[in-house]
Write a protein of this length. Structure first.
Length: 630
């Protein structure tokens, strides 16, 4: 599903003789904003400049190999091959309908001056959106064991970062010098008085995950920390390491397609079965609950229902068999006629997603996938997968490819963070690796998530709406609406803790009202909400403080406004609208004077590209808009 608009490749081979006389090579982005310098004079190192500032100072590169005593090997530049690429491609789905893929590339072939460890080359790409580089091992004739990566990121003093130690832990703003244990990627940084910078990895498929640790004895220098040894017996390439910069944090979100560009193109020939959409979770594990979810999905323009853990037995017991329907009695009394629900859903054009824990997947993946396909299941949520090591990274991406072989879409639960593989296998719809609503984050934490985690790609935030925690811990109902716009996910889970009318409660009675979704006018927002977009613009924002994001679907625009811990007067400039066209904006905003369960006020006003909408938004509240041509 790629369309190449224009591609012009200019290759220049610099002879080995000339390159050998040089100890450094430079590469600039097409717009000249980025400059990458590779140097071999002392040891192998690099630096990155953005506009008028050095954003990554002189930083070491390379690897520590198992059994190697000296990691200060010297290299010489053997040759350099340069290319210019100008192209674009259309994703199966995305935050934009088309992505530019424009960069200058430099492949630097290196030779060791001394030592017996494997030689490697370095491929560098300079995009207008950022710098990326990876190591390529092309002359492997024996087992190679990488025990550590030496890649560093030397930062200016007084750099601030937004860091978390696990994919789902709290994101904390701190000085880079306060890092005490390895922190997650992507890592967002604010350089003193200047730019916002993000560093991370892309194209992680069969390597060990990288995190960032503070280098011993050196302030403000981060070093790469791999989650396991890496072993290869033949030629291989590493994941990309990238550096992005912008004058505003929203620029990094708008340019996050850089990670997709650093992955291989789509390998699924027929993608007609891959469908984004909205999902409601079936929480009762009963036939009655499943049927009620299907009916709700039809009425409210949802595309999927999902049966969570327990439909095939206890997810935590290795004896549970995911090729059978055996309800876990600790979760539900049943009965669950799953096949009946699947067929009913299919008759209504609603897909069914089934959760399967890693224990069953690791034990019987090759058996489970064809069985689920034969049942008519649309997708699988891979639960509590192992992540980090090379072994489990390789296993997981292999499991995504195997799901594609059976035309099954995938959502990955828990700690997995994306690095762009959904470009290559777009059946990987979304993933967690995010501090979502299960953790009851308030708006300030969500705003940290938005400007950090969302650089990596889609995030399954398990958005809830009617749950008590919205009022008591998280923020407001309008901010829940806004989150569904701001937090991108092609599979958008809604009403995570809620049940539709007709679904049985814990006592088994359909009349039990706790957790039931009432038929409120508010729901029309979610009814209309798309999950994938033709364009995305970050109009305003700062981590932990505020965000205003506008996304386009066909001729309509959806706007999400999230506010942090201080009341704020927002001025929303609608200059992104098509000039000369009149629109109608429907505004959903928190209002305590409204005598409803959610306290949502709905306004309707006429607007155009010259309109500036001003609204006061209280602390931890939000605002959402649907803007359509009149």
């Amino acid at each position: 599903m790629r369309t190449i608009i224009f591609c012009f490749i200019l290759s220049m081979l610099v002879t080995s003789f000339l390159s050998a006389q040089q100890t450094s090579q430079e590469l600039r982005s097409p717009d000249g904003a980025y400059e990458f310098v590779l140097n071999t004079e002392d040891n192998l190192n690099y630096s990155v400049k953005y506009l008028d500032a050095v954003i990554i100072g002189t930083s070491k590169m390379g690897f520590q190999f198992k059994g190697e005593k000296n990691n200060n090997r010297k290299f010489r530049i053997s040759s350099t091959i340069r290319e210019e690429v100008k192209s674009s491609w259309r994703p199966v789905y995305g935050e934009k309908s088309e992505y530019p893929d424009i960069y200058n590339e430099m492949l630097v072939e290196l030779k060791q001056v001394d030592g017996k460890d494997p030689n490697f080359n370095i491929r560098i790409r300079a995009y207008n959106e950022g710098i990326a580089y990876r190591y390529e091992f092309t002359e492997i004739d024996r087992k190679v064991i990488i025990s550590d990566e030496l890649t560093e990121f030397a930062l200016p003093p007084e750099t601030l970062i937004w860091a978390s130690t696990r994919a789902q832990s709290e994101i904390v703003k701190m000085s880079v010098n306060e890092v005490s244990e390895a922190v997650e990627r992507p890592l967002l940084m604010e350089l003193p008085g200047k730019y916002f910078v993000a560093i991370g990895e892309a194209g992680l498929v069969d390597f060990a995950r990288m995190k960032f640790a503070l280098k011993n004895g050196e302030s403000s220098t981060l070093t790469s920390e791999l989650s396991s040894e890496v072993v290869f017996n033949t030629s291989f390439v590493t994941p990309w390491r990238y550096v992005m910069a912008s004058k505003r944090p929203g620029g990094l979100i708008e340019n996050n397609f850089l990670l997709l560009n650093l992955n291989e193109p789509n390998k699924i020939a027929d993608t007609s079965w891959i469908k984004p959409g909205k999902v409601i979770r079936e929480v009762t594990l009963t036939t009655q609950g499943g049927m009620a979810c299907v009916d709700f999905a039809v009425k409210h323009n949802l595309q999927f229902i999902e049966f969570d853990a327990g439909w095939y037995g206890s997810e935590y017991e290795n004896a549970s068999d995911a090729t059978t329907v055996t309800v876990d009695p600790k979760r539900s009394k049943g009965p669950l006629e799953l096949h009946k629900v699947i067929q009913y859903a299919k008759s209504k054009d609603i897909g069914v997603i089934l959760y399967v824990n890693r224990r069953a997947l690791e034990k019987q993946l090759d058996e489970v996938l064809p069985v689920l396909k034969s049942w008519g299941v649309a997708g699988v949520k891979y639960g509590f997968v192992n992540v980090g090591s090379q072994e489990w990274t390789t296993w997981l991406h292999d499991a995504v490819r195997k799901a594609a072989d059976h035309q099954l879409m995938v959502d990955i639960h828990d700690e997995y963070r994306p690095t762009g593989y959904s470009r290559t296998y777009p059946n990987l719809m979304t993933q967690e690796g995010i501090r979502g609503d299960e953790e009851s984050p308030d708006n300030s934490m969500v705003l940290n998530t938005l400007f950090t985690r969302m650089i990596a790609g889609a995030g399954d935030h398990t958005n809830c709406y009617m749950a008590e925690r919205v009022d008591t811990k998280m923020g407001s109902h309008a901010s829940q609406m806004a989150k569904a716009v701001c937090i991108y996910s092609p599979w958008q889970f809604l009403y995570w803790y809620d049940r539709p009318q007709g679904s049985p409660g814990k006592t088994g009675g359909a009349g039990e009202t706790k957790g039931i979704i009432p038929e409120l006018p508010d729901l029309e927002f979610y009814d209309a909400l798309p999950t994938v977009w033709d364009d995305t613009k970050v109009l305003d924002g700062y981590p932990g403080s505020r965000a205003v994001i506008a996304r386009k679907s066909n001729e309509n625009w959806f706007v999400g406004v999230l506010n942090g811990s201080e009341p704020r007067q927002f001025k929303i400039n609608l200059g992104f609208l098509e000039p000369g066209i009149q629109y109608v904006a429907k505004i959903f905003i928190d209002d305590k004077s409204m005598n409803t369960k959610t306290n949502i006020r709905i306004e309707k006003i006429e607007v155009n590209s010259e309109t500036i909408i001003e609204r006061a938004v209280q602390r931890m509240n939000g605002l959402a808009m649907v803007i359509a041509p009149k």
